[in-house]
Design a protein around this ligand. Sequence first.
Ligand code: DX5
Ligand code: ZN
Length: 211
Amino acid sequence: MRIKVAPSILSADFSCLGAQVKKVQAAGADLLHVDVMDGHFVPNITIGPVVVKYLRKVTKLKLDVHLMIQQPAKFIQPFIDAGSDMITVHVEVISLKEIASISRMLKKMGIKFGVSLNPGTPFEKIKPALKFADFVLVMSVNPGFGGQSFIPSVLPKIRQIREVFKKDIAIDGGINAVTAKLAKLAGANILVAGSYIFGAKNIKQAIKALR
Ligand code: DX5
Ligand code: ZN
């Protein structure tokens, strides 16, 4: 499968976000990963739909919106209206019934639907959701902050998912050139990386190294 690289803007300089996005786009990014946090599901607060709306104006990259929020169903519509191309919800906070209905809704609108699970959440929890998902986002750190270390015990879980799921598998958290290799070997094909990309002297080189 083609490897896609998704820079996470969580590690960008928000005082010049537009310029930072143009920089990763020019350096060969495939998607733009947008981390939405509510201070409930995770111990941090980040951004809402208004930022997605303005990102939409400055980039042609697909906007991959990762909802780390307690009530995702309630906020899907504003993120659709803002111009999201991909929306991910966490299986820890949503029922299978809601997953099925969000999946139908996004399909109609041509938006890709992702389901995500935390490092401590077992494969069994996401298994019934796989048939509704266009992609899976495996968290390799406990969500909330950029710059944490990769948790290698998620690798067997990626293999388990890959055995039954033929579409895209993304990995998110602590990704650098070394951990990207492990994730790819386990079956991931979308690499989300924040601090490794935005902290690099040469962003183009960093994206190439991940691939
Ligand atoms: C973590 C976020 C990640 C984060 C990754 O809660 O979901 O997308 O930005 O940052 P790094 O690559 O620095 O671990
Ligand atoms: Zn993320």
